[in-house]
Each structure stands twice: as structure tokens, then as C-alpha cells.
Design a protein around this ligand. Sequence first.
Ligand code: 3PG
Length: 183
Amino acid sequence: MQKFIPVVVIKEMSETDKILTALKKSNIMCAEITFRTACAAEAIEYASKNYPDMEIGAGTVINAEQCEAALAAGATFIVSPGFSPSVAKICVDRNIPYYPGCVTPTEIMAALEYGITTVKFFPANVYGGLKALKALSAPFPQVKFIPTGGVDRSNIDEFLAFDKVAAIGGSFFVKEALEKLAE
Ligand code: 3PG
């Protein structure tokens, strides 16, 4: 998996090329295109076809229907803000990486029951940040985290320094890449 997972919101299909080109130019070869907009599935399909060197996944997937739409569009990984048993089942059955949002021991245990050992930690800044990750890692040494939500340049390094952090997610990667593109 990629170390940096930009959380991408595509409001209009016409934005897709600009955002993906900007990410590539910033050496971010991945995009989590979120199901927060009507064109999410279409954008995933377009991105998968036109940016084959990038890892294109779906984010904000909150039910089985969205998961099916994301996979049909070509998403190679699925992210949820919370844990969805129905999404977990689909992904495990088809061998698709699924990163559910888990911030409590109970949620982590639910993910583990599906064999999922890498989870999104969201919103990272609200649920205790690095301190919480370290505390959760004591009972769950097999679990890796993707802190997301409130992560930016000011705190990314402290998360990256922790060996249980598999990757970092955030919308700031997109913002930074677009700013760099405009320079
Ligand atoms: C997400 O869905 O992962 C978040 O909206 C990302 O949070 P951020 O905008 O604080 O990075």
C-alpha cells in the first residue's frame, strides 16, 4: 500500500484530471475518491482507466451498495469512516483491501473478526491522536493504523515515526498538490 492516501472529493468530473495530475506531480501515486459526491463512481472508473499507474480506491464507502459500485468502477481498495460488516464481507470475499474506520477496542475487534489488521483511525485528531494509537497498540500489536482527519504538515511526522502507522490519509495532500501545481 502507498504511504500517503489523499482523500479526494470530486464535485465535477472536469476536476478529475487536474487533481490526479497534481497528485502525480507531487509523487503521490494514489487517490481515495470519496462517495460524497454523485460522480464518485464515474470518477473512479475514469481514474482507473486513465491513470493506470496510480492506485485508485474508494472512500467514504458506508454500505454494500456503494462498495459494489466502487468495485464495479475499478476501485482497488475501499475505505470507510466507520466499520461496516457488509462492506467487510464483500471485500474479504473478493480479496480487496478494506480499511474501516476503527477508533475503539470494540471496533478494532470487529475488524479483526474479518481478518482485517489495517484500519483507518478517524478522525485522528478528535480520538486522541498518537497517544490513543500508542495505547491501542498495547492490546492490539498486530494492528496497523492509517491516521486520517486533522492530519497535516504540523503533525504528520510524529505519526509517521510510530511503527504501527501503515499510512497517512488526508485531504491536505490534495490541497498541497494543487497549490504546487499552481506555482
Ligand atoms: C476523511 O474522510 O478521511 C476526512 O474527511 C479527511 O479528513 P481531513 O480533511 O482532515 O484530512
